[in-house]
Design a protein around this ligand. Structure first.
Ligand SMILES: Nc1ncnc2c1ncn2[C@@H]1O[C@H](COP(=O)(O)OP(=O)(O)OP(=O)(O)O)[C@@H](O)[C@H]1O
Length: 72
């Protein structure tokens, strides 16, 4: 399936991945106040994007290295 087909078959599935600076992450997560969980790529914190509650995932340094080793 190519990208066009994927978009047509699931129009509501849009990527919401965005990157923020550490200062922005601190602000939106109230200084990393509440941990929601941990995954293979790093810790997930509760945060707010504007007024919407959001899960904020911080990639761990080792996962970024692993990503580079695999994909670069
Ligand atoms: N949107 C969310 N709402 C609430 N908790 C969340 C949300 N996203 C992630 N979490 C919590 O953070 C944990 C880690 O999530 P994450 O997506 O990073 O990893 P995973 O899918 O569990 O594992 P992996 O990173 O190995 O694929 C989850 O198990 C869950 O407890």
């Amino acid at each position: 399936m190519d990208d066009d087909q994927r978009q047509n078959s699931s129009p509501s599935l849009e990527s919401k991945n965005r990157r923020f600076t550490f200062a922005e992450v601190q602000r939106m997560s109230n200084n990393l106040e509440r941990i929601l969980g941990k995954g293979g790529f790093g810790t997930v914190f509760r945060g707010y994007l504007d007024d919407t509650e959001a899960a904020v995932k911080m990639l761990s340094h080792s996962s970024v290295q692993g990503y580079k080793q695999r994909y670069i």
